[in-house]
Write a protein that binds this ligand. Structure first.
Ligand code: IPD
Ligand code: CA
Ligand code: CA
Length: 268
């Protein structure tokens, strides 16, 4: 007799626990001398810390939910199965980590095809855990404080907005520079902090008004997209087409800013 699928709340609890455990593993390695290898380009890095954090999450998920499908950045399709799939970035912000720039995260999403069910993004440097469940809202637990509900901003005009973006590795160097240069003149500022998962979590938390990037992978944005949507935000591709896990780009922001941001992004 097969076991009935675990309820989403149980999966969320385990995902939060594992994101924090992976975060502790990363923190313990932050001052270590690491072996840095390159992947798709000289700027696309992986270290043993990425793999160790991934092992913490994969072991925990396989123990708790042995039948669940899992896709994880460094190991690929770890478990192929029907039904909802865990999508994991064990260290989002490897370049920061390798340079000891203290801004990186652990990202765990659960998607049923293109439907985002759960999202957890944990920042070990600040001990902040952002989490969301489809239909139940997005929350931030900072340290030992009780979780508080998150909402995107209601900013309407680009001139009053603070945005975030990133520059992917699998695009020619210089991709997104035109968009960046156009937007930096029309906004209060643009942050390139180096972790797409945290960029999206910051949109959900109202710390930035919007985020865009090209060429991310499913593990970079799965969890963050659930956070933004559950915090009342709008998520599409940069041209306004529906966002997809393997789609070309993302434009995520508060509802009032989506029109102006999207228009400015595609203008060129
Ligand atoms: C990267 C980060 C970065 C983004 C890159 C991603 P990684 O992920 O999210 O902010 O600009 O496109 O690939 O390689 O550190 O997991
Ligand atoms: Ca990533
Ligand atoms: Ca990564």
């Amino acid at each position: 007799m097969s076991t009935p699928p675990a309820p989403l709340d149980e999966r969320l609890r385990v995902a939060i626990e594992l994101a924090r455990a992976a975060g502790r593993q990363l923190s313990s390695r932050f001052e270590s001398v690491l072996t840095i290898e390159t992947k798709s380009s000289d700027a696309d890095l992986v270290t043993e810390a990425d793999r160790e954090a991934e092992a913490v999450i994969l072991d925990g998920l396989r123990r708790a939910f042995p039948d669940d499908a899992i896709l994880s950045e460094e190991s690929g399709e770890v478990v192929a199965a029907a039904g909802p799939r865990w999508t994991i970035d064990p260290l989002d912000g490897t370049t920061n980590f390798a340079h000891r720039f203290p801004h990186f995260s652990v990202s765990i999403g659960l998607f049923d095809d293109e439907v985002g069910l759960l999202g957890v993004v944990h920042d070990p440097c600040r001990d902040e855990t952002f989490f969301a469940r489809q239909g139940a809202g997005a929350f931030l637990q900072a340290g030992a404080a009780p979780p508080r509900r998150l909402e995107v901003t209601q900013t309407k005009v680009l001139g009053k907005s603070l945005l975030a973006t990133g520059f992917g590795y699998d695009r020619p160097r210089g991709a997104n520079v035109e968009e960046f240069s156009r937007l930096v003149r029309r906004t209060r500022g643009i942050r390139r902090a180096g972790s797409a998962a945290l960029d999206l979590a910051y949109v959900a938390a109202g710390r930035v008004d919007g985020f865009w990037e090209l060429g991310l992978q499913p593990w970079d944005w799965a969890a963050g997209v659930v956070l933004v949507r559950e915090a009342g935000g709008v998520v599409t591709a940069m041209d306004g087409a529906p966002w997809a896990l393997r789609g070309p780009s993302v434009c995520a922001c508060g509802p009032a800013l989506h029109g102006p941001l999207r228009a400015a992004l595609v203008e060129g």
